[in-house]
Design a binder for this molecule. Structure first.
Ligand code: FAD
Length: 370
């Protein structure tokens, strides 16, 4: 059995690459050992927030994030068409809120930094914040509005991608654990000793990417799991949803979905591959959520989950060849949903034409091999 491209990992990154590779006429097989609900892609909040999340010293990553955000509207529209699933338009604009004087001073420094990078941001007074979101805590001091930041529902996107891969002629197999990858004549071995050969093998296994047997040893040092606990809340039928746009503070964010659900996230924890939700994690999220928007107290707590972000030493992804016939598309850390379009376009181009487009060349995985 042979394919042009075999992709290890059926999260948002593996599926996006698979979809784009099908569109370029390649035969594609996506292998995933678990069902997608276990992947970070099914847990994520789905913020597309290059501006709100811009921090000091990550200008290269910011350029990639902005480019991917620019591609999202067309990506979503094409995906809606290919999958036959409507991906809801989400109201744009994310407000970063300061709740006390210290936070307001830190937010002002961030605002000045964002302005110096030429980003489109607007400073909001306390009154302006509460005019936008009347449910905000009365102690709200100030905010930054990033008008072009947005959010999507990653579960819907993953579902749409699965359908788009299949209708584009690709195959997806769940319950298919890759137990070894080999080059330079690329092959993957599945649990049960079946072997599949490929033109190229893409490692898109999220935080497990460094653990797929056969990948270069440096990959296991470059990729680590970073645990994130996250809650889903819903208003009872008798009450309105207390928030209408994405809000974030230095501790948490609230992401309202068009169906009335509100996502409250997320912790950032170095706990290895542990994905157990904890009382402490849930408590801290609810405490910080209540400080931002007291109306969440009335909401029903409908889900508690934890996922693993694929972290890297410089917070930037690994995109490109790692060995003859083996390509990495991993390490997207907090931005895997945001970075899906630019990653998929670039890696599919590499698979089809043998060349990485210039926007991805700064993310060579070999930087961790030295
Ligand atoms: C709480 C939380 C909130 C987040 N919020 C956001 C956000 O708002 N915006 C944003 O852009 N990003 C966000 N992220 C980050 C984002 O979710 C990740 O960067 C992204 O999902 C990574 O996607 P992936 O496809 O690389 O990995 P995953 O989604 O983890 O998928 C990897 C897949 O590989 C499979 N796999 C692993 N090993 C093997 C093997 N040997 N054989 C076969 N299959 C294998 C796994 O089963 C898994 O399904 C968040 C993450 C978390 C945890």
């Amino acid at each position: 059995m042979s394919y042009d491209s075999v992709i290890v990992g059926g999260g948002i990154i593996g599926l996006s690459i698979g979809w784009r590779a099908c569109q370029l006429g390649l035969s594609v097989l996506v292998l995933d050992r678990s069902n997608p609900p276990n992947a970070a892609s099914a847990v994520a909040a789905g913020m597309l927030a290059p501006v709100t999340e811009a921090t000091f010293g990550e200008e290269g990553l910011l350029r990639l994030n902005l480019e991917s955000a620019r591609r999202w509207p067309a990506f979503a529209e094409e995906l809606s068409f290919s999958s036959g699933m409507h991906l809801a338009d989400h109201e744009r604009g994310i407000v970063h809120i300061a709740l006390d004087r210290d936070q307001a001073e830190a937010l002002r420094r961030l605002y000045d930094h964002q302005l110096s990078l030429g980003l489109e941001v607007e400073w909001l007074s306390s009154i302006a914040c509460r005019r936008l979101e009347p449910g905000l805590h009365p102690s709200t001091r100030a905010g930054i509005l990033a008008r072009n930041d947005a959010a999507v529902d990653p579960r819907r996107v993953v579902e749409a991608l699965q359908s788009a891969v299949r209708s584009g002629g690709g195959e997806i197999r769940h319950g298919a654990e890759v137990t070894e990858v080999e080059g330079p004549e690329p092959r993957v071995r599945l649990a049960g000793e079946r072997v599949i050969s490929a033109g190229s093998v893409v490692i898109a296994a999220g935080p497990w990417s460094g653990r797929v047997p056969g990948v270069p040893a440096y990959m296991s040092k470059a990729i680590r799991p970073v645990k994130g606990q996250i809650l889903r809340l819903r208003s009872p039928a008798s009450l309105p949803v207390p928030v209408s746009r994405v809000l974030r503070t230095e501790e948490i964010y609230l992401v309202p979905r068009p169906d009335g659900e509100v996502v409250l996230g997320a912790t950032v924890e170095e706990k290895g591959f542990d994905t157990a939700p904890t009382a402490g994690g849930v408590f801290e999220l609810l405490r910080a959520g209540d400080e931002l928007l007291p109306g969440i107290r009335e909401m029903e707590l409908v889900e508690v989950r934890a996922g693993l972000r694929p972290g890297t030493p410089d917070n930037a992804p690994l995109l490109g060849p790692i060995a003859p016939g083996l390509i990495a598309a991993t390490g997207h850390y907090r931005n895997g949903v945001l970075l899906a379009p630019v990653t998929a376009d670039g890696i599919a181009e590499l698979l089809a034409k043998g060349e990485l487009p210039p926007e991805l060349t700064g993310f060579d995985p070999q930087r961790f091999a030295r």
